[in-house]
Design a protein around this ligand. Sequence first.
Ligand code: NZQ
Ligand code: ZN
Length: 388
Amino acid sequence: MLNFNFYNPTRILFGKGRLDSIDQMIPADAHVLITYGGGSAKKYGTLDKVKSVLGNRKVQEFGGIEPNPHYETLVKAAEIVRREGIDFLLAIGGGSVIDGTKFIALAASYSGEALDLLRYGFTPIGTDTVKTAIPIGTVLTLPATGSEMNCGGVISYEQGKYPVFSELVFPRFSVLDPALTYTLPKIQVANGVIDAFVHTTEQYITYPVDGRIQDRISEGILQTLIEIGETTIAEPENYDARANLVWSATLALNGLICAGVPQDWASHMIGHELTSLYGIDHGQTLAILLPSLLEIRREQKRAKLLQYAARVWNITEGSEDDRIHSAIQKTREFFERLGVRTRLSDYNIGEDQIPVIVGQLKAHGMTALSETQDLSLDISQKILENAL
Ligand code: NZQ
Ligand code: ZN
């Protein structure tokens, strides 16, 4: 097992009817800015419920945070935070609203140009750059990203998606009420299952380091998603299936399963270019890229692919190559059964676009990806060609 630091201060308020607990989580004299997206929080009543729980606190609203939140929108909110003296941010939404709110919290407390904060990549922004950030709470309405219990976000600026990390923006608390997610369109639930699945594989299908607990938790998350994935899409109000999706998605990216093991993230980095260039949903980009990447990287990942085949899909018969092939095939079929297509051509992206995508990877410095940092632009190109 590799050395690691583990730190996660987010309090999780899980279950039915938990919105009331927000009252104890936010100081009575706080000046709160509620942030939300394109309107689902308003339309389905969550915004009103949260406002009534906040009672007599001074409350303002900032709606309109887009999916794949835009830098320009977020700096407007940061300006309001500064001008109005807001001292608590409460995000209602999915990954985009929560990520956007984290960026607002940092940008509002940063004395320089907020654009600087997009330059750090996977390196956490230190307290020498931003000393404090406005505290955040979240009400999760879309189980997928894990943003409700981690300190990262992904911000869109021009034609790129930029990761931003800072321990200052771990949410103080997150309300995870599965019933608040019943109104999601089926495709967003499918995206969420796939995002949680691929977060897990990014931290699990790498190379073995004898991280037994990490592996077994990862296998538990993957098996749970396979068990409940189709049910939670077909039966949105099946509480138990949805509750298991919500908790799987949170555990898949809260720092638990990556502690002490190698991490890949190449499907994510290539996927971000597909979202920036063609507007494909994050979860869908992963459904396209993961099966193709596993095929191209089967030698580097051989030992863990065999473990994945045996322990997640119960494939124990046949040659090693056959077992690996079947496991990748089953992964692709699972995504397709959830209603998400797994080929670039399904999204009208042809061979002529591959140089464009590779050019964007180069422009964004994505030239040495994966757990072994040897996934070059040539290999990204092969993964994309194999995904056509
Ligand atoms: O904007 P509204 O009107 O709220 O509608 C949203 C949005 O259109 C809708 N929605 C959310 N909750 C709903 C609902 N509709 C009906 N009922 C509800 N209860 O769903 C749509 C998609 O929302 P979004 O937040 O964009 O989806 P998701 O949670 O998948 O987040 C995707 C973003 O997270 C980033 C992605 O790159 C992308 O920008 N990620 C963040 C990560 C992190 N912070 O750790 C890791 C991930 O790998 C990912 O990169
Ligand atoms: Zn993701």
